[in-house]
Design a protein around this ligand. Structure first.
Ligand SMILES: Nc1ncnc2c1ncn2[C@@H]1O[C@H](COP(=O)(O)OP(=O)(O)OP(=O)(O)O)[C@@H](O)[C@H]1O
Length: 235
């Protein structure tokens, strides 16, 4: 891996504990991870290994218990909740297995939403940007459809467009193809892979080894620890 690119994410010795009854569950164990701009990181591991917890910490959806998190040269521990939600909206685009589209809004309104929250762009500009991204993911003509009228693959395309409209530094994708058939999964992965080739940094969680071919780097997890590929195969 080259070290020419700026570092976007730096996790130093982070731990995450969850209280479970009277005891605590140690979910992430002294993890160190550096992500440079332009990488496509695939976090692989079985159910319960801690992938989603790690993603949630990187995406400012959850707090670490201890350790240091530097995002885009900003120390997360020094950010207020308001600063974190602004950062989440402006710098990070989220894609989830279950799409999480808002059914009471049509397709283009869903895609506009992160710009509405951002409050910086006028309605006409928002509409134009949203429609450009919808065209980019192959959904031209579906702008005013209900989200419930779309196939799973189309819904995930809407979610990808929504994740992109604020031109985020980082795309976080948690099992983005988990609810899709294999052909549709490949279409979605081709979109993500092309975004990465154009320079977007992507972190994706999966338990599907076939997805590794899209990554520039694979991170293996088991029981809250990072393993080498060899350790992972033998585990
Ligand atoms: N809020 C919580 N409170 C208590 N335990 C939790 C909480 N969230 C997750 N855990 C536990 O932390 C561990 C890691 O969970 P996590 O969801 O990060 O794993 P995962 O690798 O993403 O699994 P999956 O592939 O099933 O989503 C699991 O043992 C889980 O039960």
């Amino acid at each position: 891996m080259s070290h020419d690119n700026p570092v976007l994410v730096e996790l130093n010795d982070i731990n995450k504990y969850y209280p479970v009854g009277k005891s605590t569950l140690h979910v992430l164990k002294n993890l160190n991870l550096t992500i440079e701009q332009g990488e496509f990181i695939m976090i692989m591991g079985k159910s319960g290994s801690g992938k989603t917890t790690l993603m949630n910490i990187i995406g400012f959806l959850d707090q670490l218990s201890d350790g240091e998190y530097i995002f885009d040269n900003k120390d997360a521990s020094e950010l207020t909740e308001n600063q974190k939600s602004t950062l989440r909206n402006e710098y990070i685009g989220f894609i989830f297995q279950q799409f999480f589209l808002i059914q009471s809004l049509n397709v283009i309104q869903n895609v506009e939403l992160p710009m509405v929250y951002g409050g910086k762009k006028k309605e006409k500009e928002r509409r134009q940007i949203a429609s450009d991204y919808l065209a980019m993911v192959g959904l031209e003509g579906k702008e005013f459809s209900k989200t419930t009228e779309l196939s799973g693959g189309q819904q995930q395309r809407v979610a990808i467009a929504r994740a992109l409209v604020n031109d985020p530094l980082l795309i976080m994708a948690d099992e983005p193809t988990g609810a899709l058939d294999s052909e549709t999964s490949e279409d979605i992965m081709t979109i993500l892979s092309n975004l990465n080739k154009e320079g977007k940094t992507i972190v994706m969680v999966t338990h599907d080894p076939d997805m590794r071919k899209y990554a520039t780097r694979v991170v293996y997890m088991k029981d809250g620890l990072f393993l080498t590929e060899e350790e992972f195969i033998n585990a």
